[in-house]
Design a protein around this ligand. Structure first.
Ligand code: NDP
Length: 299
């Protein structure tokens, strides 16, 4: 979406607000809220009266990583059921592709081979969800609805119907030993950056798959490729990578056990745009904003 399109959509819900685009910001002193999909370090300092940075998505790691971001500036994100459901659909699609050997049949067709494989039963398959927040819970429910066994991991303990929940390093180790598919929907924080390294993949059950729809900087990509080559896991599906767009010469492109998509698993904002308009109103009236990020915790 262009800045102008976003402005027009926001005006539909907040016609009385003075909404400007980055290309024509007018007096910088007037700006109290920045609405961003991408954020560059130091950007906040351009606006002397800035109070809020509103992200048009869920991941705020780039904003929080800005060491120059003044402490008094609030950061808000979006929580959209629309893109959460799209991510549930994406992860289920890839899991079913493997369960029903669709990728394998596609490769066979190119060699005119007629060989059948028994589909893997959902009820005998365990899916682990790392991150049981807004999106993780929607993904978990989608797999429960499709008869998979679902286990999950989060920072604080959760009690979710149909999900065996784990916390901590020990919990992660137990969960990885059981999972046929490990799906990560974690935010990037100091604790999760680089979490998916050799040691992590060494704990995988043989033949398991890793699906990452969280953030690319959580994966040590060269250790992932080595782990795939060493047979520690069977395949990786990455919707997010450490450098986006992924440079043409990056070896992830050609790895036979890696499937890539260009950060599209959660695509549409849906009606979350209304929450941005609501935050304009709340800022004006001094009420607490929706979906504020805990800057200390990092998400
Ligand atoms: P939430 O903040 O609702 O949930 C985050 C979850 O991660 C929580 O369950 C939290 O635990 C858990 N978590 C955080 N840190 C740790 C840790 N150190 N150890 C274990 N668990 C941890 O976020 P959302 O579900 O809305 O979004 C998650 C992420 O998904 C976003 O930050 C973004 O990076 C990514 N995303 C990707 C998209 C795409 O298109 N690929 C689209 C949208 C989002 P607890 O519950 O205890 O707090």
């Amino acid at each position: 979406m262009t800045d102008e399109e976003l402005r027009e959509q926001l005006l539909d819900h907040a016609s009385d607000v003075d909404i400007r685009i980055a290309a024509a910001p007018g007096l910088l002193e007037d700006i109290e809220m920045l609405v961003v999909s991408n954020y560059s370090p130091g950007e906040a300092l351009k606006y002397p009266n800035l109070k809020v940075i509103q992200k048009t998505g869920a991941g705020v790691n780039n904003i929080l990583a800005d060491r120059q971001l003044p402490l008094e500036i609030q950061v808000a994100r979006l929580q959209t059921t629309t893109s959460g459901n799209e991510m549930a659909e994406y992860t289920l699609a890839y899991v079913l592709q493997e369960q029903r050997h669709i990728r394998r049949y596609h490769q066979q067709q190119s060699r005119s081979k007629w060989i059948s494989y028994a589909p893997r039963r959902s009820s005998e398959t365990t899916v682990a969800i790392l991150g049981l927040g807004r999106i993780g819970q929607l993904v978990a429910q989608r797999f429960i609805d499709n008869q998979f066994k679902v286990i999950g991991w989060s920072r604080s303990h959760k009690n979710l119907p149909g999900v065996d929940c784990y916390v901590g390093e020990d919990g992660l180790e137990k969960l990885l030993a059981m999972a046929d598919y490990v799906i990560s929907i974690l935010p990037t924080t100091q604790e999760t950056q680089g979490l998916f390294n050799r040691k992590f993949f060494e704990q995988f059950k043989a033949g398991a798959f890793f699906i990452n729809v969280g953030r690319g900087d959580q994966v040590n990509e060269s250790e992932l490729m080595q782990a795939l080559d060493d047979g520690l896991l069977d395949g990786a599906i990455l919707d997010v990578v450490s450098i986006e767009p992924l440079p043409e010469q990056n070896s992830l492109w050609l790895h036979p056990r890696v499937q890539l998509t260009p950060h599209i698993s959660g695509y549409h904002l849906g009606d979350a745009i209304v929450d941005i308009a609501e935050n304009f109103r709340r800022l004006e009236s001094g009420e607490a904003l929706l979906h504020l990020v805990d800057r200390k915790r990092g998400y």
